[in-house]
Write a protein that binds this ligand. Structure first.
Ligand code: PLP
Length: 422
């Protein structure tokens, strides 16, 4: 996993995969010491660290070129508008969308899902209609649907998760029906790392005339996304999970669906003509971007896309698969550690419990050794109930993690067992 020192590397890519020592130099954060230990950051699924290129893209713009977009005739405003439009085009290519107008900048995944729930689903839902979710969803892909379902008298149905942490697709086929209007599914589980078979689910959704929203928050840092190949109708993601800034994300939606949707927030930038009697709205994506947008963050998001693409998806996947395999093997060897989920297709996320020790206590002992993991319900309480736990410890890997860092994780777990007698 560490640098082989091979020649001819560009942007952190070595001939045999990821040149991790070079990648690590892009992340000054990794020089931090926590509790007198080098930081071991295994919480990228909560939020990923940012490379210098992303922060510099933002700070260069903020220090040298900053202006508001869309409304200015002066040169700076026109340049800012061009940069903002370029960022949208970058995201279009990143997800394989047909047109940049299908990409709406939002505050993040949560906002993107709320937009679809409020603006696509709510006007369409009738009493008795159904929304199909899965047992592994993040609260962000449950609560917005619950709110609109309650308003409309619609019903939430849930695809169960198997012991391996995969969706039970036989059950899905029984749960979907002529009343299903929306299917909303995580591309990748934030707890289990499971990669869900989106094209299969898209076919199922479309067979009954439902639309499919994919929550891509945990997929975008790990896998190349092609919304057209996935066959979904909406795709939501956050920049901060993919080494970009927080405060921005995006919604991709099929053009005809976005065009048919009313605005969900009103304000400047989303109108054509306003009078006190009536307002006409701009076409998408402006219709859904009321107010001054997160301009600097959009430029940071574009830089994050460039960073990921320069590393290369194959190298990223190979690196993370190695970390995942090694972490899984080593954790399974520790007495009292029980891994949750073991799906065939996974990204670099492992969840586990340690017999007799509360996840918070495990997390605290790991922190004393400089290891940052998440210990909680991970905003996925229904999934915790499914596996009969109140929470888990989750280690999640990014492009900057090394096999050597797993030593600190494993040592911390032995220490937790020694301290708490697990
Ligand atoms: N969906 C999944 C699967 C997530 O993991 C997260 C964040 O952890 C979200 C949605 C919400 O993302 P955000 O808080 O950036 O809106």
């Amino acid at each position: 996993m560490t640098s082989t020192g091979s020649a001819g590397t560009t942007a952190g890519v070595a001939e045999d995969g990821l040149d991790v020592s070079r990648v690590r130099r892009d992340f000054p954060f990794l020089r931090a010491r926590i509790n007198d230990h080098p930081v071991v950051y295994l919480d990228s699924a909560a939020t990923a660290q940012r490379p210098r290129a992303v922060v510099e893209a933002e700070s260069d713009f903020a220090l040298l070129e900053y202006a508001n977009v869309h409304r200015g005739v002066h040169t700076l405003s026109q340049r800012a508008t061009a940069r903002y439009d370029q960022a949208r085009e970058r995201v279009r290519r990143f997800v394989g969308a047909a047109a940049a107008s299908e990409v709406v900048f939002t505050a993040g995944t949560t906002a993107a899902i709320n937009l679809v729930a409020r603006s696509h689903a709510r006007p369409l839902l009738r009493p008795g209609d159904e929304i199909l979710l899965t047992e592994m969803e993040h609260h962000s892909n449950i609560v917005p649907w619950q709110i609109v379902a309650q308003e409309a008298g619609a019903v939430i149905r849930v695809i169960p998760v198997t012991d391996a942490g995969e969706l039970d697709l036989d059950q899905a086929a029984h749960l979907i029906g002529s009343r299903t209007r929306v299917v909303a599914v995580a591309h990748v589980s934030n707890v289990l790392g499971t990669v869900n078979p989106i094209p299969v689910i898209a076919e199922l959704a479309h067979s009954v005339g439902a639309v499919l929203l994919v929550d891509g928050a945990q997929a975008v840092p790990h896998r190349r996304v092609d919304v057209q190949a996935l066959g979904c109708d909406f795709y939501a993601a956050s920049a901060h999970k993919m080494y970009g800034p927080n405060g921005i994300g995006f919604l991709w939606g099929r053009r005809e669906l976005l065009e048919a949707m009313p605005p969900w927030q009103g304000g400047g930038g989303m109108i054509e003509v306003v009078s006190f009697d009536q307002t006409t709205f701009a076409p998408p994506p402006a219709r859904f971007e009321a107010g001054t947008p997160p301009i600097t963050q959009a430029i940071g998001l574009a830089a994050a896309v460039e960073y990921l693409e320069a590393l290369g998806w194959e190298a990223i996947e190979r690196h993370e698969a190695t970390l995942l395999a090694e972490a899984t093997r080593r954790l399974a060897e520790i007495p009292g550690v029980r891994l949750i989920g073991n799906s065939a297709d996974r990204v670099g996320v492992v969840s586990f419990v340690v017999d007799g020790i509360h996840p918070h206590d495990v997390g605290t002992v790991l922190d004393l050794g400089g290891v940052a993991v998440r210990a909680s319900h991970h905003c996925a309480q229904p999934l915790m109930r499914r596996f009969g736990v109140t929470g888990t410890v989750r280690a999640s890997f990014g492009v900057y993690n090394t096999l050597e860092e797993l030593d600190a994780l494993v040592a911390g777990l032995h220490e937790a067992r020694r301290v708490f007698g697990g």
